[in-house]
Design a protein around this ligand. Sequence first.
Ligand code: 3QA
Length: 229
Amino acid sequence: MGKIAIMGAMREEIEPLLSHMDNIKETHYANNTFYEASYKGRDVVVAYSKIGKVFSALTSILLIEKFRCEMVLFSGVAGAISSDLKIGDLIIADGLCQHDLDITAFGHPYGFVPEGEVCIPTDVKLRAIAKEVAISKGITLKEGVISTGDQFVACGEKKEWVAKTFKADALEMEGASVAVVCNALNIPFFILRAISDSADGSADVDFDTFLASSAKVSADFILEMVERV
Ligand code: 3QA
């Protein structure tokens, strides 16, 4: 069985994963740290990229091309758009788009550049495994569009714009760039997020308050998935 990459953006998002790993070997590369480890007999490589699309693209490329991972699982937190997502709730992406990609001056839709696609779908089999885990644990799991941009959204108007432009249910800063990389390299990938805030005027305070607890919700769920892939 091949190696599984598990990545987050912030240290806080991978810490609750690392505490469950055995035989951790640290490698420093490209200003980052990669943790090769085993989890219940599976070989995994864990890393946090740092925040945003560029860092997360870099890390996902390295997990695939240098560390030879055969799938990428992302675990982290997100801002809620959909009103049925509360702090601590989980969402899996069925597709990811970039809300800050804009060549609309040339008549293209938001999030589109030539030879790209607005919304990149995640692996259907990994989504099915997530649904099995949710059922077995009695956890409610929302599935929807997650929108990514290099911006911490803390404003109701911006959030509403992303909601209506992309029919998105949550937003964050890394999912779509990981999607672009994995899609290009033909690597199955999966993006899971637990809600830390509602991307509105109180997002900054909520984020600081709930980052650790929501990151743990997401990490615990991802570990359940690793046992089943
Ligand atoms: C926010 C993290 C980034 O990796 C994206 C969290 C949760 N709520 C969001 C929101 N808008 C966009 N993204 C998110 N992650 C980094 S800024 C805080 C940094 O603190 C998802 C996410 N509303 C650093 C301490 O100085």
